[in-house]
Design a protein around this ligand. Structure first.
Ligand SMILES: [Zn+2]
Length: 384
């Protein structure tokens, strides 16, 4: 079954293609042809006035529209998936919180057994954020559940087969050893909620850490005599930095510094969204703590930021405002970088042979259509 997406501006890793047609065959991108040569059969989608881009990949997201990964139910995962798809996400990693071992394990087993939704973004595994973190940078992670790595616990995570990314403070006792042990088994690590010094950060990269959880948030700030993990992060091309580009978690000036230091190809946009995403201001919960959302900003009682209500399409629009990067690079930060970092060679780009995960954005960069694995899962009422 073929689908032809015509008349749009196709954003590939190399260029912006006008007068081309993207042809999907079932779950795969079959061809990108000059419109003059294209042979159309099957469904035709008229993308006039739209950018045709790879679907967004969010590696760090806790919840949305009243659902949370820690609910550990298929309804939560599917509710989140439907909401994310409306915002251009085609794949994501439900993200856990620092909670008792049984709760984290339940969340993992839920994703292990949860079928992919028919009308939303696909879950590709779980991002386990904590519990092996540093209390000094707890953020909104509940402190009573912080603990050092225990193989009896994380061994069970691995048995589910869905533990793909772990945020760790590598300087905690046993942290470096865990990174070495599990990276050898194919698990990705992100440094985060960490008091690591410059040297400790470099050591953790040598051990296998390749990502940074919400860069600048939950870590030592930059100082010229105490550079901390950030100086290592900003100057080491082995690591990709997750960024919450809501303009609140990180000042736009620091975002420009980040992009200048690392290059757009090493920065990935995330939302770190919580269950309040997609809902109005009010009282919510996160990791068993009360969260107050005011003007879309989520905080726990201490005043610490508690995730966000950001969506990936909004993050993209924000980056257009915050930086002078070409749109193509910003789209890559929301798709290609995460796909490479998570070792997904068939995702994150519009290229022949890749998965048919495609999004249409209008000129204002609002999502008009989301296609997951060749199926249209979202179509804006205002489209065509
Ligand atoms: Zn988070």
């Amino acid at each position: 079954m073929h689908t032809s997406i015509q008349n749009g501006i196709i954003i590939t890793p190399q260029e912006l293609l006008r007068d081309h047609t993207l042809i999907l065959n079932d779950k795969t991108i079959e061809a990108i042809q000059h419109s003059g040569n294209a042979t159309y059969s099957g469904t035709v989608i008229n993308a006039q006035g739209c950018y045709v881009i790879p679907g967004f990949i969010d590696v760090h997201v806790h919840g949305a529209v009243g659902h949370d990964t820690m609910d550990a139910t298929p309804e939560a995962i599917h509710g989140m998936a439907t909401f994310y798809a409306k915002h251009g996400v085609t794949s994501y990693y439900p993200t856990t919180m620092t909670m008792p071992a049984t709760a984290i394990q339940a969340a993992l087993e839920n994703v292990e057994h949860c079928p992919q939704p028919t009308n939303g973004a696909q879950h590709l595994g779980v991002h386990v954020e904590g519990p092996y973190l540093n209390l000094a940078y707890k953020g909104a992670q509940p402190p009573e559940y912080f603990r050092p790595p225990a193989s009896a616990e994380y061994g069970q995570w691995l048995e589910t087969g869905v533990c793909k990314l772990i945020t760790i403070a590598p300087e905690v006792e046993g942290g470096m050893a865990m990174v070495e042990e599990l990276t050898a088994l194919g698990v990705e690590f992100a440094i985060g909620h960490s008091a690591a010094t410059y040297d400790e950060a470099v050591k953790s990269f040598n051990a296998g850490v390749r990502q940074v959880t919400h860069v600048f948030n939950g870590m030592v700030g930059l100082h010229h005599r105490e550079p901390g993990a950030l100086a290592a992060i900003l100057t080491d091309d082995r690591v990709d930095a997750q960024l919450i580009a809501d303009g609140i978690h990180v000042h736009p000036g620091m975002i420009r510094l980040l992009v200048r230091a690392k290059g757009a190809e090493h920065v990935m946009l995330i939302t770190d969204a919580i269950q309040a995403a997609g809902l109005s201001d009010g009282e919510y919960s996160l990791g068993g703590q009360q969260v107050t959302v005011k003007d879309g900003i989520a905080r726990i009682a201490s005043g610490a930021l508690a995730g966000s209500t950001l969506t990936m399409d909004q993050a993209v629009r924000n980056m257009v405002k915050f930086t002078d990067l070409p749109l193509q690079k910003i789209i890559g930060m929301a798709s290609t970088v995460a796909a490479r970092a998570m070792r997904l060679p068939h995702k994150g780009k519009l290229q022949v042979g890749c998965d048919a995960d495609v999004v249409l954005l209008n000129r204002e960069l609002d999502v008009m259509m989301t296609i997951v694995g060749g199926n249209v899962v979202y179509r804006a009422e205002t489209f065509n």
